[in-house]
Design a protein around this ligand. Structure first.
Ligand code: BTN
Length: 255
């Protein structure tokens, strides 16, 4: 059971997670926050113990044992410009990384656009989705899945999963972890509103692939090049020959 009181005591935010919805089972926390217009408080967090159809990027599924991990979404309903959504995407993975470093001293690596890795294995994934009104985004949902206390991951995966329990060699408090992530996320969110430079640099510092030869798989297209940098909007800059190509989507791997 998730102890809401314990979570609440540690929550130190103005608005993120102040409206907190706890649910046993949903289809997907992202789908629910995005489509159900009754949810209309900025910063609402919906946590589910189990998702019947948890979703990942590129129509993948997110599978997570009931009651052992964290699967939650954050609703942002202030008007958000398109390029800011991308910043929030990187910012969310940074918030998770900082929490794993601060609480468990894990050596975290970030993979563009928003995978969180420990020992080259995936410990957390983020799916950001939005609905728009005219040219502005009016609902943005930041969905975060973290493998917390799950002891093993049977099956075949593109990137091998791991959990905090496996890496830290102990079960940990999901309440403390969630509050730490939301606390970090709010600070990052405020910082992004002013100026994204620091957050982009903090993200860069945790991305070990910058400068490496990488392969980008984007639907049926494969691109080989050198991971030059991310630009000021958070898109990947790939050096192919003498040209720099801007990458908006895709999966990155080492060549
Ligand atoms: C990925 O790595 O492809 C992203 C995974 C995102 C999973 C989270 S779990 C909470 C939220 N609800 C969903 O259906 N997906 C996200």
């Amino acid at each position: 059971m998730f102890n809401i009181e314990e979570f609440d005591i540690k929550l130190d935010t103005d608005f993120i997670g102040r409206n907190f919805i706890y649910s046993d089972e949903v289809d997907s926390t992202n789908s629910l926050l995005l489509t159900k217009k009754d949810f209309n408080i900025d910063g609402t967090v919906l946590l589910a113990e189990f998702q019947r159809s948890g979703r990942g990027r590129k129509n993948r599924t997110w599978i997570s044992n009931a009651g052992q991990n964290l699967t939650f979404s954050i609703l942002l309903i202030n008007e958000i410009k398109e390029n800011k959504a991308n910043h929030i995407n990187l910012g969310a993975s940074l918030a998770v990384a900082q929490a794993l470093e601060n609480l468990y001293q894990l050596n975290v690596e970030l993979k563009w656009p928003n995978d969180v890795l420990v020992s080259k294995k995936k410990i957390s994934g983020i799916l950001i989705e939005s609905s728009s009104k005219g040219s502005k985004i009016n609902r943005l949902v930041v969905g975060i899945g973290i493998n917390v206390n799950q002891p093993n991951f049977p099956g075949k995966f593109e990137i091998q999963p791991t959990s905090i329990r496996k890496e830290f060699k102990s079960t940990v408090s999901r309440e403390k972890l969630l509050s730490e992530i939301l606390n970090n996320f709010e600070i990052i969110y405020y910082q992004l509103k002013k100026n994204a430079t620091k957050i982009l640099n903090d993200w860069r510092n945790r991305c070990k692939l910058i400068g490496e030869k990488i392969k980008i798989v984007e639907e049926d297209k494969i691109l080989n090049g050198v991971f030059e940098d991310i630009d000021e909007d958070g898109f990947l800059l790939l050096k192919v020959g003498n040209k720099i190509e801007k990458i908006y989507f895709g999966d990155v791997s080492l060549r």
